[in-house]
Design a protein around this ligand. Sequence first.
Ligand SMILES: C[S@@+](CC[C@H](N)C(=O)[O-])C[C@H]1O[C@@H](n2cnc3c(N)ncnc32)[C@H](O)[C@@H]1O
Length: 228
Amino acid sequence: MASYVFMKLLESSARRYDVGINILSLGQTHKVKREIAEKYISASDRVLEIGCGTGTLAILCAEKGASVTAFDICSDMLDVARKKIQKNNLADRIQLKQMGAIEMDTAFDDETFDRIVGTLVFSELYCDEQKHVLRESCRILKHGGLIIIADETKPNSLVKQVLHLLVRVPLAIITYVLTQTSTKALSDMEGLLSDAGFEMIHWKRGCLDSFGLYVARKGWSNGTQRST
Ligand SMILES: C[S@@+](CC[C@H](N)C(=O)[O-])C[C@H]1O[C@@H](n2cnc3c(N)ncnc32)[C@H](O)[C@@H]1O
């Protein structure tokens, strides 16, 4: 959905983010978070969430019994997450950290997590940051562990790309004027994951190919990155 570019506007009011993102995505983002928690998270898992925002996915994972570390760069988003976690009595299962994704290289030890999840955050990272985060994710995941990413994607076919751009460009201009920031729909996530040392095990695209869910595994033999 090209309208995801409005995410940046929603983030400027953390208290209203949950309501806003549900309206903007017509409930799709909550649905995909539930799907991630239901299908890919087990009670014994140690989960890391990148760019956790207001903590919805972290809470769904903790409700499955997982032990979750969730970080975000924005203190306002984390304040909302903290309140939701307390309200759900999950403070003993979720550890929140305020940090940027770029700090993953010093924040976490090798082979710590069973699952790494990130929804609507990779589209906010620069290309070099995306590569860094994927390489670091491969390092800190246990062998056989999964990374699960859901985000806005660039459609493959020319017709869908044109439609996507027609809707997205005006929205991106409005967002930029109001926030001086923007987001970038992901392209070639399969290639980026493979370069970082992951083996793709499942992916699907929806909404005219403009939203994708990617699930990739750290293999038993590829603990380090293949290329930079
Ligand atoms: C659109 S929100 C998504 C929040 C949540 N994952 C969700 O799906 O609702 C993007 C989040 O990523 C965070 N973020 C953006 N860049 C980041 C970075 N470099 N490091 C950590 N968090 C970042 C933002 O602060 C924001 O909370």
